[in-house]
Design a protein around this ligand. Structure first.
Ligand code: SAM
Length: 241
């Protein structure tokens, strides 16, 4: 039998798929959900994701689903999947959820409504954002994190940084793809050899990072084109290795 880390991408809606997992199946939930952000008004938020998150016009990566909710609906929905994800997580398991400044208050509310203990916010400093005269640059995204109940300091996990400085990936295949090295740093919140769940896998960056760091990983992705793309990316980067 091989002791290589195992991975899978499940094509489906995380609300349905999460219900199918046995309680306590995962050692961590690390994810980057659709923010349903990218604008101040509902009309701006309802635009196609490529219009909201890319300036590449026809060369932008494909659109993805689930990004047009208003703030109240997003918060209710997030509380629901976070609840189901907590049920699928072991006692003490960490949770990390990416979010931007607009949705940050909703994200910490949803996390707590779902029963996780909110433990803090780490910062992804992207560095290269658009300067705004008379305003602060919006050069960061955030990682709201917590745990499923008590998280003893005796866990075999090192001290981790609170700020991660990485530029956006070059040649992105997903509109909101996260840097691989950022995800490799982040998954280390999980106990060595654990099984990581990402309910919003996109192009599979979390799953790829987890496996590279020696964890098993399960990703869920609803958008057909990205479920397919993530599987192909992981097959070519991991199974070929
Ligand atoms: C912010 S992106 C994740 C990007 C990913 N971190 C990467 O590096 O490629 C969020 C993903 O969640 C997916 N998604 C949206 N609603 C979903 C749902 N209900 N169930 C599963 N996936 C969903 C979208 O299709 C999108 O690809």
């Amino acid at each position: 039998m091989s002791d290589k880390p195992r991975w899978e991408i499940i094509h489906g809606d995380s609300l349905t798929v999460l219900e199918s997992f046995p309680p306590g199946a995962f050692d961590a939930v690390i994810t980057d959900p659709p923010y349903a952000s990218g604008g101040r008004t509902q009309a701006e938020k309802s635009k196609a994701t490529a219009k909201k998150y890319s300036s590449m016009g026809g060369n932008a990566p494909p659109d993805f689903d689930g990004d047009a909710k208003d703030q109240r609906s997003w918060t209710r929905w997030a509380a629901e999947w976070l609840y189901l994800a907590r049920r699928a997580a072991k006692p003490g398991a960490p949770v990390c959820m990416f979010i931007d400044w607009r949705q940050l208050p909703c994200a910490s509310d949803a996390l707590q409504w779902a029963g996780w203990i909110w433990r803090g916010i780490a910062v992804w400093d992207k560095g290269n954002s658009r300067p705004q005269k008379g305003r602060f640059r919006q050069q960061a995204e955030y990682i709201v994190w917590g745990s499923n109940g008590d998280m003893p300091v005796s866990r075999p996990v090192p001290c981790l940084p609170g700020v991660f400085k990485y530029g956006n990936p070059q040649n992105r295949i997903h509109l909101t793809e996260k840097p691989l090295q950022l995800m490799q740093d982040l998954v280390k919140i999980t106990e060595p050899g654990g099984h990581i769940l990402d309910p919003f896998a996109g192009s599979g960056t979390t799953v790829l990072a987890a496996v590279k760091e020696g964890y098993d990983a399960t990703g869920i992705e609803v958008t057909d084109v990205y479920a397919d793309l993530a599987k192909k990316r992981l097959e070519s980067e991991l199974d070929a290795a």
